[in-house]
Design a protein around this ligand. Structure first.
Ligand SMILES: [Zn+2]
Length: 133
């Protein structure tokens, strides 16, 4: 499903507490976007995402994704998450460029910032599935 370095990934698991944290931060940041890198590891062909990496200056500014785009890839960063003010969780052109360069798995959360408004994408901007654990 995904390539991640030399490892093949069959599916993605996200910790449910992490998703709740993402929803909370998205709500608190509104009307600004928030963005962070996703932290995780590959075990038995499963990409397990269990943390966020906040980058200095990347919070609460529109266009924050472009700022982290400039950051070197962090060793345990496997992708990204950012929020959209509004109800559309589709990736923008800038998002797609970012996805193609930074990591394998990307989350966009749109309003109302609940579980149903979370969308995940692969490095090509194609919808990606994940399992909540
Ligand atoms: Zn975006």
């Amino acid at each position: 499903m995904f390539g991640f370095g030399k490892k093949k990934i069959e599916y993605v698991q996200i910790d449910h507490e992490l998703l709740e944290e993402i929803m909370d931060i998205a709500k608190e940041s509104y009307p600004n976007e928030f963005s962070a890198m996703l932290q995780g590891k590959v075990e038995d062909n499963i990409l397990k995402i269990d943390g966020l990496i906040f980058l200095p200056g990347a919070a609460s500014e529109s266009g924050a994704v472009m700022e982290i785009f400039m950051m070197p890839m962090l060793s345990d960063a496997v992708g990204s998450v950012h929020s959209h003010p509004g109800y559309d969780a589709s990736p923008s052109t800038a998002d797609l460029q970012f996805f193609s360069k930074q990591g394998s798995f990307h989350i966009i959360i749109a309003q109302p910032y609940d579980l149903d408004s979370i969308r995940a994408y692969d490095t090509f901007g194609e919808p990606a599935e994940f399992e909540v654990v």
